[in-house]
Write a protein that binds this ligand. Structure first.
Ligand code: SAM
Length: 246
């Protein structure tokens, strides 16, 4: 079972977000468990302070080490062993599916969410095993960023998805984006592409791979540059780039 804890000002934000769909069902199935540690519960003064003014001045507030230390000790006790401590921060390594697969191999992970101007650097240096960003933009807190990572890890756990093949044929699984999806329904003014209507497995498969290649070429050429394409895939892409979208 994957054990995940979150140290944050508002851990209930994540609890609520992950209680639905795949992640909620996986938790009820016992594939993962979760515990939030609210920083205010570990404050040492009567005002329940978790932040202080930045040293040497400047705008905003910084989360203080002492409540973080106490929350991490409580999280370690809950895990029963050392967990991988992941600090969510815009200055971390940008998140990619390959990294998510690595995270999902862990059995104990503690996510740490910042607020305000962030977390005291001494605490990060002493405790963070990884620093992860969900993209080049700034959120008001790390809770939703942690929810993104947790969701994407949990859906990779064996048994979490209704059909395990979903995680094999999806964007980033093999360096390409997903192919276009069409619902099997009689309604809809537009016809589905003729290749899908034929019902021939080889034709459908070829069409899907080609569409995935075209979509990646048009939207994410950076992915294609790194992808390990087969000779057949290179030929499909050439068909498109030489003749255009059919
Ligand atoms: N002063 C920080 C900076 O300029 O890099 C921004 C702090 S942000 C307002 C507060 C917290 O939100 C951060 O400590 C982090 O935990 C979280 N956060 C914001 N943007 C994020 C991102 N792109 N990825 C991961 N966490 C993020």
């Amino acid at each position: 079972m994957l054990s995940i804890s979150l140290i944050a000002a508002f851990p209930e934000l994540v609890e609520h977000a992950l209680d639905y769909g795949v992640t909620g069902r996986a938790r009820r199935q016992g594939l993962w468990r979760w515990q939030g540690f609210a920083l205010h519960d570990f404050a040492t003064d009567a005002r329940k302070s978790i932040d202080a003014r930045p040293a040497a001045g400047g705008p905003g507030m910084v989360l203080m080490p002492v409540p973080l230390d106490a929350a991490l000790a409580a999280a370690r006790q809950w895990h029963g062993e050392k967990s991988c401590v992941v600090f969510m921060s815009p200055d971390g390594a940008p998140l990619e599916q390959a990294r998510i697969r690595e995270f999902a191999q862990n059995t104990h992970i503690t996510f740490v969410a910042g607020r305000y101007e962030g977390i005291d650097q001494r605490w990060i240096d002493a405790n963070a095993d990884a620093i992860v960003s969900v993209g080049d933009y700034v959120l008001s807190g790390g809770e939703l960023a942690a929810a993104v990572v947790i969701d994407s890890c949990v859906r990779l756990l064996p048994g979490a998805l209704g059909d395990a093949e979903s995680a094999t044929f999806e964007s980033f699984a093999d360096g390409k984006l997903d192919w276009p999806q069409y619902a099997l329904t009689a309604s809809g003014a537009e016809q589905i592409p003729a290749e899908l209507a034929k019902g021939d497995h080889a034709t459908v498969n070829r069409w899907r791979i080609k569409q995935a290649l075209i979509r990646t070429w048009m939207r994410r050429p950076d992915l294609l540059a790194r992808a390990n394409l087969s000779l057949e895939e290179i030929a499909m892409l050439d068909e498109f780039t030489e003749i255009g979208l059919k």
